[in-house]
Write a protein that binds this ligand. Sequence first.
Ligand code: PLP
Length: 368
Amino acid sequence: MDEIKDLMAAARCGSAQGQLIDLASGTSHFDIREHADLTLDAGALSDIARYGDCMGMYSLRCGVSDFLAEIHGVRIEPARIMITDGASGALTIALGALLHPGAEAIIPAVAYPMFSVVAEHFGARCISVPLTSEFKVDIDAIAAHVTERTRAIVLNSPSNPFGTVLEMSELRRLASLGVPLVSDEVYSILSYDGRVPSALELDGDHFVINSFSKAFAVPGLRIGYVVMPERLVNATKSWRRLVNVATSMPSQVIADRLVRNGPAIIRAHREFLHARRDAFVEVARDLDLALVPKNGMFGVIDVSSSDRASDAIARDLVLTQRVSVVPGADFCRLAQHDDAGDFLRVNFSCSRTVLTEGLDRLHRYLSV
Ligand SMILES: Cc1ncc(COP(=O)(O)O)c(C=O)c1O
């Protein structure tokens, strides 16, 4: 992804013809400003120019608790909710609380790359377990890899990039393996195919991670949260204080405002994405879709019939077609099969005109 971003920046400055079309971004094109006020006046800012609580603003944690009760039907005490610097901050805090050198973390083989990067940073050995042919987590294979050194099983439902979901029965089976789950659910709120089951419903020492970046389309605020097991709240708090003290207060004040109107904003965001998904499926008719997306903002295009690797295709697409996508290879740090990353991830939440032009360029390139 870094290489694609650099190439996009160079393409924007260059003299090549044609507008650069960005289908690589990880953010929804939903315009939150049509639904909420993101401004803070000077008076409000001067009131909050101090260190915040390492757990986050109490009113925001209460707001998140109400929001989770409304969206997932589960009541979580604010004492277990810590506000973090995005889901990225939440992952660092959760994995840092669980892992140590010599520990093992089980991670699906095609996954958001940060999971293994952070786990390795804490000295853990990452055990990759390939997905099934339907891009789902293979629970029997995970069970077979649990050892006395396993300290975490990292899950992502709906997954980035495939959008596949873990059913409640599957979450229960995973929890029964006796290892803490770290469940990244940043896309769960943006499902337009019914409620996505959440690890919040499980008993046990699990960490559940979420973010405002995706749900409210505000990644620049850097607001996320982790729901901690009660038993580990104090240890996690101590560790978090050492990581970066507390999350930005101005961002928390804006997030507090967003979450109070959260269910209405999310309804509007889901409707927006549902319509963009329908347009995508129609416009992508001539491309080989790996599956029809049921949540979030990404589609996955199968390029296994090409003789080129996905990263080479993505590079070529920016340089010759001026369209950016994320290569499947970026999600395969741990994958053991050479062909696991034979796909391109496309953000379909842009306007239909932009999407049509972007996919036309993609199709033209892949048809040669
Ligand atoms: C699965 C997953 N987790 C975490 C993140 C990071 O989100 P945040 O902006 O909240 O740090 C992303 C961003 O793309 C993601 O896809």
